[in-house]
Design a protein around this ligand. Structure first.
Ligand SMILES: [Zn+2]
Length: 95
């Protein structure tokens, strides 16, 4: 079986601050980095990649765009960056 995965735009580890309740739900391989008191900075793309590897994919079959929806390209919608006043985005893959 040959399975490929792509991880599209998402919030980066510099922008994604969560409480301990959310941080503890990430895979063990995603080490939480302390943010402001009681908060942690988490890497969502790494969590997705770790989940795919746990499911059996190899890292060579996973492609990451590493585009932050919050601090990156302004053509991406970000709920956090816009304080909830934003659009929605869809992603498609074609061959
Ligand atoms: Zn960011």
């Amino acid at each position: 079986m040959k399975l490929l995965a792509a991880i599209g735009p998402c919030i980066c580890e510099k922008c994604y601050e969560v409480g301990e309740d959310v941080a503890k739900r990430f895979p063990e391989s995603c080490e939480p980095v302390k943010g402001s008191p009681g908060k942690f900075m988490m890497e969502l793309a790494l969590a997705a990649e770790a989940s795919l590897i746990i499911a059996g994919l190899t890292s060579s079959n996973i492609d990451r765009l590493d585009i932050c929806t919050s601090c990156g390209d302004r053509n991406q919608f970000s709920y956090r960056a816009s304080n909830g006043d934003c659009g929605r985005q869809l992603s498609f893959i074609g061959f």
